[in-house]
Design a protein around this ligand. Structure first.
Ligand SMILES: NC(=O)c1ccc[n+]([C@@H]2O[C@H](COP(=O)([O-])OP(=O)(O)OC[C@H]3O[C@@H](n4cnc5c(N)ncnc54)[C@H](O)[C@@H]3O)[C@@H](O)[C@H]2O)c1
Length: 326
């Protein structure tokens, strides 16, 4: 069903999601070029170690360390001529955007513009790009659906990701480049980001340190396991879709379909580590969304996507990886 010989450019391939996607696609026999600036938002060692895993796979793979916010990137990448681009490079993280909004302008907006211009110059079929559930901001109608209004962002991170969606619409209109934006809902799993709650909590509990539990643990998140996210990206990148015409700019939610409260998440981590957490109960933090729940009917209907990993299985494999890696 899926064509096996695509040339795919993955930006942010040394990041958490990009690494897993590249691993799968190299294994499947696609020709992959990864571009990552290897920025120091979190451990560069973790990114380099992901890179070593990719280097060790027998396949067609090239890795470039470049900053895609620099417009020279359009020329640097000109030899590759991909069929598809998966743009995952970005400044991620909701809280970091409170103090460092400029990082989001260059890494999320200028970078995406360069990637679009590159796609236009070299006739790329389709750009798949990362958006986020954060665009639903303060919405209180659950679950969140793609047609909901998204003009109530709670921080600048969400503003830049919503901007990407609008840029995609405009460039589709102008030049008929096809776009698929994916609104990911809190992705977790092995090789995950150290700035995210599951990783932080695991580290602190193992080291007998207290954890700050914001909103008294009443937050709820639709956690999505990394393999399910990679399956979703792979489907929208490679599978034909009878619901879309020749040129489109579409958005899909990718969620785990099973929201869990922060308190229950901590219990699950405690169970897997075999140790109780010391909880520092705290009020809601500025910019935080209280609850996310995804409606994934659209991607189910168009691509047959359905998440397979329960939170229990997912947390177990994360903790197993954590123990072996650290
Ligand atoms: N992980 C999640 O829960 C989640 C949820 C919603 C959306 N997203 C989005 O998915 C994408 C991937 O997220 P992730 O969790 O893998 O993050 P990540 O930080 O692990 O990966 C992003 C990678 O992009 C690279 N990068 C950043 N700016 C760059 C630039 N200017 N040029 C080249 N490379 C650059 C970084 O070095 C990093 O390796 C991001 O766009 C993020 O906003 C992630």
């Amino acid at each position: 069903m899926q064509k096996k010989d695509k040339k795919i450019l993955i930006t942010g391939h040394l990041g958490f999601i990009g690494f897993h996607l590249a691993k799968r696609l190299i294994h499947e026999g696609h020709t992959i070029m990864g571009v990552d600036s290897l920025n120091n938002y979190y451990s560069q060692k973790l990114k380099k170690d992901r890179g070593k895993v990719l280097d060790g796979i027998n396949g067609n793979y090239i890795s470039k360390i470049e900053d895609i916010s620099n417009k020279k990137i359009i020329k640097t990448l000109k030899q590759f001529k991909p069929d598809i681009i998966v743009n995952l490079a970005a400044q991620a993280g909701v809280r970091h955007s409170l103090d460092h909004p400029e990082d989001y302008v260059s890494n999320n907006i200028s970078s995406f513009l360069n990637i679009i211009k590159y796609a236009k110059d070299y006739g790329v079929e389709k750009i798949v790009y990362a958006s986020t559930s954060s665009v639903y901001g303060g919405n209180t109608d659950f679950p969140f659906s793609e047609n909901d209004r998204v003009d109530n962002p709670l921080q600048f991170y969400a503003v830049t990701k919503r901007t990407n969606e609008l840029m995609a619409n405009a460039y589709n209109d102008l030049y008929k480049i096809s776009f698929i934006g994916l609104r990911f809902f809190t992705v977790y799993g092995p090789w995950g980001r150290p700035d995210m709650s599951i990783h932080k909590f695991t580290n602190l509990i193992i080291n007998n340190k207290p954890i700050d539990v914001f909103n008294y643990g009443k937050h709820s998140r639709d956690f999505t396991y990394i393999d399910d996210v990679v399956e979703g990206i792979s489907l929208v990148s490679l599978k034909k879709n009878k619901y879309l015409s020749n040129s489109y700019s579409e958005i899909y939610n990718i969620g785990g379909d099973h929201p869990i409260t922060l308190n229950n998440l901590i219990k699950e981590i405690e169970k897997n580590i075999g140790k109780k957490a010391k909880r520092n109960l705290m009020p809601l933090q500025m910019g935080d969304v209280k609850k996310t729940v995804s409606n994934i009917k659209k991607i189910k209907k168009h691509y047959g996507f359905s998440p397979k990993t329960s939170i229990n299985e997912g947390i177990k494999s994360f903790i197993d990886w954590y123990k072996s890696y650290y």
